[in-house]
Design a protein around this ligand. Structure first.
Ligand code: LLP
Length: 428
């Protein structure tokens, strides 16, 4: 277990808190985040990179967990934010981030997205020439100039789930490396556009550092061409994607030091040869927040059929990763954490779908109704991907700081389900 998760008196603890007490006090299902762990993760990743080169900027990928308290935690550490929507952009600013520390990413920005970036003075990662044309027009209308990067598609195949590999030649993201020079020529010629960076992201949950090194090599090649046409590069953004060991027993996950050790020498050699000193930007999401958070869920009933099901109160409405990507999340019997594992369980959620299984074939202590389980590493793409499917109000999120525990999001209610609905006039 990571250091912020311990077993004391037979109960799983997170930070200074007994998970069973938290479940009693706040109810289940419940997301619980340990703030200190996020700080530690941020510090470790930053230090690993800046040990090689001081001009590093860490932009938290907001999509991993969009809660304001998470943004504030990371803002206080000096992080910027990779935002992928007007909502993420607005929340990041609301959390106190400065516009200069944001990058607005995305392959399908609407006219109002572009207008917002221009208005707020946020740099944009542009994904197509069509988008460039629209952004230039929006900036012109506002009488402003926008700093941009293009998202490069490096055509790199990465070992991860196909749904989250983004740097493939066939993916919807970015401009092929072969066409990128032409794109920058257009940007240089555009009156209200200032090309200042290169952006790339090859995928997520990558457990091998070699693809990142190859990515940086591609980006250095792009930088070489850009210098020749007169682009003044102030940053190279290599995206996020560093994976974590969801299967602690068997996954070999690179440490941030391994990641830095793979990418930084390629980067430094490249920029040295080119005689430039751009900032290096990274956009980690998962690595910063995944292990900071657990999902607590209560066993409603146990049933033995062809396998033994523990039917719990959290399903893919709250954590879709196992259903969507066949992801593995470790499960701990929170109130029986010392008890011997005696039986194989499938942990099944309350959603009306066969695929609503949080964990398959796990050896766990004898479970019965009322027991609490903890699903680990739920901090990235957990609550962020939750839904109200089956008309289930979303659960609350609690954040811990030392001895303190507070809601960072209240439980949704039935009123929250009905509030946005409207009765069509002919039914009134
Ligand atoms: N930058 C860009 C442009 C991205 O698209 C992403 C993730 C990141 C950074 C952050 O990647 P990370 O460091 O978290 O791997 N829902 C999926 C993951 C989707 C990732 C999408 N883009 C999952 O639950 O595994």
């Amino acid at each position: 277990l990571p250091p912020h998760l311990t077993v004391r008196g037979g109960h799983l603890h997170i930070g200074e808190h007994d998970t069973v007490d938290l479940a009693e006090r706040f109810g289940t299902p419940l997301y619980v985040t340990e703030e200190r762990r996020i700080r530690e993760n941020f510090r470790r990743l930053s230090a690993a990179l800046t040990a090689h080169y001081p001009k590093v900027r860490v932009l938290y990928a907001a999509k991993a967990n969009g809660n304001l308290a998470i943004f504030r935690t990371l803002a206080s550490m000096g992080a910027g934010v990779d935002v992928f929507s007007a909502g993420e952009l607005t929340l990041a600013l609301a959390a106190g981030m400065r516009p200069e520390s944001l990058l607005f990413n995305g392959s399908s920005k609407s006219p109002s997205d572009l207008a917002l970036a221009v208005e707020k003075g946020v740099r944009v990662s542009v994904d197509s020439l069509d988008e460039l044309r629209q952004l230039n027009a929006a900036a012109g209308e506002a009488g402003k100039t926008v700093d941009i990067a293009f998202r490069v598609n490096p055509a790199i195949d990465v070992p991860t789930h196909p749904k989250i590999a983004t740097g493939l030649a066939t993916s919807k993201f970015g401009i092929p490396a072969g066409e990128i020079l032409d794109a920058y020529r257009h940007a240089l010629a555009a009156e209200h556009i200032n090309p200042v960076g290169i952006h790339c992201h090859i995928g997520s949950q990558i457990l091998d550092v070699e693809p990142f090194a190859r990515e940086v090599e591609v980006l250095i090649g792009v930088a070489r061409d850009l210098i020749e046409i007169g682009v003044d590069l102030s940053f190279i953004d290599i995206g996020g994607g560093l994976g974590i060991p969801y299967r602690r027993e068997t996954d070999r996950a690179p440490a941030p030091e391994d990641y830095a050790g793979a990418v930084m020498p390629v980067f430094l050699k490249g920029i040295h040869e080119l005689g430039i000193e751009p900032e290096l930007w990274v956009e980690p999401g998962r690595w910063l927040v995944a292990d900071s958070t657990i999902l607590l869920s209560r066993v409603n009933s146990v049933k033995t059929a062809h396998t033994t099901f523990a039917n719990v109160d959290a399903g893919f409405n709250l954590l879709v990763r196992p259903t969507m990507y066949d992801s593995y999340h470790e499960v701990v019997a929170a109130n029986k954490a010392d008890a011997p594992a005696v039986r194989e369980y499938s942990i099944a959620g309350p959603i009306c779908e066969t695929g609503d299984i949080l964990a398959k074939d796990r050896m766990l202590p004898d479970l019965s109704a009322g027991d609490i389980i903890a699903v680990l590493d739920a901090g990235a793409y957990g609550f962020a991907m939750s839904s109200q499917y089956n008309s289930r109000p979303r659960c609350p999120e609690v954040i811990l700081s030392g001895e303190k525990a507070a809601l960072m999001r209240r439980a949704e209610t039935i009123d929250d389900l009905t509030a946005p609905m409207a009765v069509p006039p002919w039914q009134a």
